[in-house]
Design a protein around this ligand. Structure first.
Ligand code: ZN
Length: 315
């Protein structure tokens, strides 16, 4: 099989390797698509603590594929040969990777052939659950990238909803309007009458500015839900304002496999039952040989970029 390997920050090579053999309780997944995730960029840029070369296919983890071989003792009807699956899979920047049967779900028939990147869908479904959103509650999205778009798609499947988006990028604001936002603003033009007015605010950019803006927008007794990935260092928080407004601050990143799988089940159900299709959010597709360009583009995020996927069997 072909597999990509990050050999140093900013350097990818593609190698030939034997596909791994599934052990008991595992299946071999033929990777049809693997999303390029913001969390991959630490390895691409090179932060301290990461050792190179990375394992084959790492850090790809947003996998959509089909079952190619079963390990011993795997008798799960749902995970039969050829079934389309998604779930928690590491080593996704390769033509094959292994997965545990309890960390994989078959796509239900109505969406069996839809490109579904399970890991970000699970993240978004977990964020949705932890907003404890009730019908009628206004929502502010602070930051509007791929995960925020999934969250809104799950919260407001009918399109138009009573939500606004705050984003630095004009094209993200345009995407939010297409998805039904009642209004969109850049950070420096949020009308002051919106401050303290939202019962639910989702912070989805993972930077200090978005955390501060989310704090201002949250109403008294409201919920500030942190969906952004704040992995690059400490933040300061406006504790006085949090105190004063008595808000609930929810860290909606789930890292436990069981929580991920719960989110994935919820997300797949919603997608299948409501006829959602998030494939339209994929703006760029790359063959495995061009993974370096895919990561560089995820890092620079040009105007037309929303989400990239690598297709290990194309090209
Ligand atoms: Zn991811």
């Amino acid at each position: 099989m072909k597999a990509a390997q990050l050999v140093a920050p900013g350097r990818v090579r593609v190698v030939q390797a034997e596909p791994p053999a599934p052990a008991a309780g595992q299946v071999l997944v033929k990777i049809l698509a693997c999303g390029v995730c913001g969390s991959d960029l630490n390895a691409w840029r090179g932060v301290t603590g990461i050792e190179y070369p990375l394992p084959l296919g790492a850090p790809g983890h947003e996998v959509w594929g089909e079952v190619a071989a079963l390990g011993s003792g795997v008798a799960d009807e749902a995970l039969g040969l050829g079934r389309k699956v998604t779930g928690l899979v590491q080593g996704g920047y390769a033509q094959y990777a292994l997965a545990r049967t309890d960390e994989l779900l078959a796509l239900p028939p109505p969406i069996a052939d839809q490109v579904v990147l399970g890991e970000p869908l699970a993240c978004a479904a977990n964020v949705v659950r932890r907003t404890r959103w009730a019908p009628g509650e206004r929502v502010a999205m602070v930051g509007f990238g791929y995960i925020a778009a999934l969250v809104v798609g799950l919260l407001f499947p009918a399109g138009k909803g009573s939500w606004v988006a705050i984003s630095r990028r004009p094209e993200s604001r345009a995407l939010a309007l297409r998805m039904g936002a009642a209004a969109v603003y850049p950070f420096d033009a949020v009308p002051p009458d919106l401050w303290d007015s939202f019962p639910v605010v989702v912070e989805a950019a993972g930077v200090q500015q978005s955390l501060d803006c989310a704090t201002w927008l949250t109403g008294h007794g409201g919920r500030l839900v942190v969906a952004g990935y704040h992995a690059d260092g400490p933040r300061t928080v406006d504790m006085r304002t949090w105190n004063w407004k008595g808000i609930d601050v929810v860290n909606a990143h789930e890292r436990q496999p069981a929580a991920y799988m719960r989110g994935l089940r919820d997300g797949l159900c919603a997608v299948a039952e409501r006829g959602l299709d998030f494939a339209a959010l994929i703006s760029h597709r790359w063959p495995l040989e061009r993974l370096g360009e895919a990561l560089a583009m995820a890092d620079s995020r040009p105007a037309d970029y929303t989400k990239g996927v690598v297709l290990p069997w194309s090209g």
